[in-house]
Ligand binder design. Structure first.
Ligand SMILES: [Zn+2]
Length: 125
């Protein structure tokens, strides 16, 4: 069996219903490596006391939530960027993307890209 250490404790979640190790029904699962386990099984897996596991899981959960919200923010930023870009090309060239705008306008790729990029970096005025 794979062995785990306290560093493999990744957080706590209530999204998983049963322990991956013993199958017991859980209110909260401790995330240990790839496993979702109850607190007793987590303690056995990392060979520490339940209080050590609990403290490590709480700390890891704070980091996990921070990572999740950072990932959501990056995704929201990316989608907003894609929307701005589409709006800009539609408004300025009646095109859905750079290649079509270049084709329709007969301008150089660098010119069209430069216009878009200047607008994108100007605060979208
Ligand atoms: Zn278990």
């Amino acid at each position: 069996m794979a062995t785990y250490s306290v560093r493999d404790i990744k957080g706590i979640t209530s999204e998983v219903a049963t322990c991956d190790k013993c199958g017991r029904v859980l209110e909260q699962a401790v995330i240990v490596g790839p496993l979702y386990v109850g607190p007793d099984c987590a303690a056995k897996l990392v060979q520490k006391s339940r209080s050590v596991v609990s403290a490590a899981a709480d700390a890891a959960e704070v980091r996990r939530q921070r990572d999740l919200s950072a990932a959501k923010q990056r995704e929201a930023d990316r989608q907003a960027y894609e929307r701005r870009k589409l709006d800009w090309f539609q408004t300025n060239y009646g095109a859905d993307n750079l290649d079509t705008a270049v084709e329709k306008s007969g301008k150089d790729w660098e010119v069209v890209f430069g216009e878009w990029w200047a607008w994108e970096n100007s605060g979208h005025s």
